[in-house]
Design a protein around this ligand. Structure first.
Ligand code: CTP
Ligand code: MG
Length: 180
């Protein structure tokens, strides 16, 4: 039961987990806000770039496509109700994750937090909130079928743990400046 919820939560959110990590690897180039400020602080900051956003979204969509492709094999045989991703969801999960992360940077700058500053709670769940909300908007039926209360609770518990793990890893590898 718990194992099933973890398996479904991880499988379903993988296209939303990959974009942030891909953006770290791909980041650089023109910032989305073009250097503009609002009330004395950058609108988003240099940590949100067009390249990072597009590569991150594309990486998440490709992961979803790959999951769809392998699903009839071992994943289906596992007996877990691992969903297939409809075309729009292949985009809404990763694009929503990137939008959530961008929204968090907007809020960080409005609250005087410099690029890279921690924003506890928001850092861990911004991309999940973005991915879930956008997916609910574009495919409500699929969303309600897939994210049962048990899966939803598991996502909210599992994500901060995975986030802490991957960010600590990226920091130790020298890919990220802060371990969060
Ligand atoms: N990145 C990017 N575009 C995005 C998201 C991330 O280019 N939409 C890249 C940037 O190089 C960024 C790195 O990934 O520095 C790490 O992402 P994140 O921790 O979200 O950004 P921060 O630099 O910490 O900036 P912020 O304080 O705004 O979160
Ligand atoms: Mg950061």
């Amino acid at each position: 039961m718990v194992l099933e919820a973890v398996a479904v939560a991880f499988w379903t959110m993988l296209p939303a987990y990959v974009p942030n990590n891909a953006a770290v690897l791909a980041g650089g180039g023109r910032p989305i806000d073009g250097g503009r400020t609002l009330g004395g602080n950058r609108i988003l900051g240099d940590g949100k770039t067009w390249r990072g956003t597009f590569v991150g979204t594309a990486a998440g969509a490709l992961v979803g496509l790959a999951l769809n492709a392998v699903r009839p094999g071992v994943p289906a045989a596992s007996g877990f109700p691992l969903p297939a991703f409809p075309p729009l969801v292949l985009l809404s999960l990763p694009a929503g994750a990137m939008l959530g992360d961008i929204t968090a940077s907007f809020l960080k700058r409005r609250t005087g937090r410099e690029r890279g500053a921690a924003f506890s709670g928001v850092d861990q769940l911004d991309f999940v909130a973005g991915a879930l909300v956008l997916t609910l908007l574009v495919r409500p039926g699929w969303f309600l079928e897939t994210f049962t209360p048990a899966v939803l609770v598991t996502v909210l518990v599992l994500t901060p743990l995975l986030h802490a793990g991957t960010n600590a890893g990226a920091y130790l590898l020298g890919l990220k400046d802060e371990p969060y």
